[in-house]
Design a protein around this ligand. Structure first.
Ligand code: ZN
Ligand code: ZN
Length: 246
């Protein structure tokens, strides 16, 4: 973090003491800090049960423990994936602000939402690990939003965090505009476990901001399992939910 950012952050903390708390989504006034106003809350499509027991894809109606057709046909390398909300509305605005708008102050509130989104995954986890950014992108963006979330979640939940357990071994092109197959090819073998001793026998909670097709989570989970991780649960802020997916 550079000096400017640290100064801006300090200003914000100072302002919080002077100004009334504001909504994380629209900056409107609130009666308590670290939350959303009713309008922003209403514009959030929260995900939860019923959903695919494996990838978390929302179901309209399904028996407990059912898996979706996609997971049945191609069981993913991760054991489960859960997200706070569908990608869109308030959640999309929050993620873009957090990712590109230097809004590190959103981290705590977003981590709280994630902790609430998968109590079972968190209960089993022994190690919290972020999806890494490539060094070049890290330079450009100055922080890895997934690492910030992983730190906050680990701290709050009392779990060990290892932000550099995974590393990117090749600079992948942006996943935008690629279909599932293209994304899988793009990230295949793109991740390596930098500290195999830590991954061995761990129940990993893998943190990212958005799950689109699951290709990145799949590549990370494969690397972690190859290094001896017992289970990999993926937890993201949002997932892209399409009517025709998975
Ligand atoms: Zn709001
Ligand atoms: Zn599924």
């Amino acid at each position: 973090m550079d000096l400017m950012m640290a100064a801006r952050r300090l200003c914000r903390v100072a302002l919080d003491f002077v100004l009334p708390p504001s909504c994380l989504g629209c900056a409107g006034p609130l009666d308590r800090p670290g939350a959303l106003c009713p309008a922003c809350w209403g514009d959030m499509q929260f995900l939860g049960e019923p959903c695919c027991a494996c990838c978390g894809h929302p179901f309209v109606l399904a028996p407990d423990g059912a898996t979706c057709a996609g997971c049945l046909a191609r069981p993913p390398a991760f054991d489960r994936a859960r997200a706070v909300a569908a990608y869109g509305g308030t959640m999309r605005r929050l993620i873009l602000a957090f990712k590109h708008g230097d809004r590190l102050d959103l981290c705590r509130g977003l981590a709280t939402l994630m902790i609430g989104a998968d109590a079972a995954g968190l209960a089993q986890a022994t190690l919290v690990v972020p999806v890494p950014l490539h060094d070049r992108r890290l330079l450009h963006r100055r922080y890895n939003q997934a690492a910030e979330l992983a730190r906050a979640i680990g701290q709050r939940a009392g779990r060990r965090v290892c932000v550099d357990l995974l590393r990117r071994t090749k600079a992948t092109r942006s996943q935008g505009g690629l279909g599932r197959r293209g994304r899988l090819d793009n990230v295949a073998g793109a991740f390596a476990v930098a500290r195999p001793a830590q991954a061995k026998d761990a129940h990993v909670l893998l943190i990212d901001d958005v799950m689109t097709t699951g290709a990145t989570a799949e590549a990370c989970a494969r690397a972690l399992k190859a290094a001896g991780a017992r289970s990999v649960a993926v937890l993201t802020l949002a997932r892209v939910v399409r009517a025709d997916s998975p």
